[in-house]
Design a protein around this ligand. Structure first.
Ligand SMILES: Nc1ncnc2c1ncn2[C@@H]1O[C@H](COP(=O)(O)OP(=O)(O)OP(=O)(O)O)[C@@H](O)[C@H]1O
Length: 291
């Protein structure tokens, strides 16, 4: 946690969260808190409109913006789902597939450079103590970029780039959080992409097959079926961690005002200069602070 000195007193600023810290995502059906460590994983959320995907993404984004070691890259086909985080994001891509492809190529270069660094240091993955920033790329809604706009070739290019970043980014601090309303095996979440997300979250789905498309084949028949979630249970979903069993949980709801307050605070903690000591501020001339 950083501090500034105001009137001779040391005032703590920033909550000093890290992307290496566990992220609070809600409570399970027994009331126990659910935490995930996203840094070496990725997260895919699927479910019908209104099932609570944005709520889950907000929980992750609010943690991410309060971290001192995060760079946010946002892809938002609707402008408004992630729009509240634009001021604290390194890059915000709206409904523009060409811009999304260029941005993914830049992320791919970051991944390549990080692997060169890991190789040079004889390492397999980055650690918190390396002091490197974790890039969190959030895609809402995946289908907009992979199946709705642009030519088939552009959609495939987007999906191929995203798959590469999901597959290789996790070890080097580039992680993807993606959401889709339309779990469909053919174009939006092919199994080859779905299976490399370390965390998969299924909000209410229309059919057991759609639930399986998010969580993986066979879970519905074992009783983990997101189509059994009642329509009025927004925010409830099954969360599956790589190698585990799906957990039924509910994500906490945050109002737009609460998100705005978090982002506002995050923007303040991320400013590039510190507040000068009032005793050093001249009454007759502006005080210039090094950026
Ligand atoms: N945890 C929750 N508690 C209470 N209400 C919730 C919760 N999560 C979601 N809701 C309600 O459900 C609505 C839809 O949630 P949300 O926007 O997260 O769904 P979504 O799956 O992202 O929808 P879309 O696909 O249309 O973007 C919210 O506006 C809110 O009213």
């Amino acid at each position: 946690m950083g501090t500034v000195t105001v009137s001779g007193r040391s005032v703590p600023v920033g909550c000093g969260l890290s992307m290496f810290d566990p992220i609070y995502l809600g409570r399970d059906e027994f009331g126990r808190p659910v935490y995930v460590r996203l840094v070496y994983k990725n997260l895919l959320s699927g479910g019908e409109p209104g099932s609570g995907k944005s709520t889950l993404i907000n929980a992750i984004c609010c943690h991410a913006v309060l971290c001192t070691d995060v760079r946010l890259v946002l892809f938002d086909g609707k402008w408004v789902e992630l729009g509240q985080y634009e001021d604290v994001a390194d890059k915000f891509v709206g409904p523009d597939l060409a811009a999304a492809i260029i941005t993914l190529k830049r992320l791919q270069t970051v991944v390549d450079n990080r692997y060169a660094w890991l190789r040079a240091h004889g390492r397999r993955k980055i650690e918190r103590s390396d002091g490197l920033k974790v890039t969190v790329a959030v895609v809402d809604e995946l289908a907009y970029f992979s199946a709705t706009v642009g030519s088939k070739q552009e959609q495939e290019e987007f999906s191929t780039l995203l798959r590469d970043i999901v597959a290789r980014g996790r070890a080097c601090g580039v992680i993807v959080v993606a959401a889709t309303q339309r779990p469909s095996g053919v174009d939006i979440i092919p199994a080859s992409l779905r299976d490399i997300f370390g965390y998969r979250h299924a909000g209410r789905c229309t059919t057991a097959d759609s639930s399986d498309l998010v969580l993986g084949r066979g879970w519905a028949s074992q009783g983990f079926d997101a189509s059994t979630i009642a329509p009025e249970q927004s925010g409830v979903g099954y969360l599956l961690a790589e190698g585990g069993v799906p957990v039924l949980m509910k994500t906490p709801w945050m109002t737009d005002g609460q998100i705005e307050a978090v982002v506002d605070y995050a923007a303040w903690t991320r400013r590039t200069h510190t507040i000068p000591d009032p005793a050093e501020v001249s009454d007759i001339a502006p005080t210039l602070v090094a950026a």
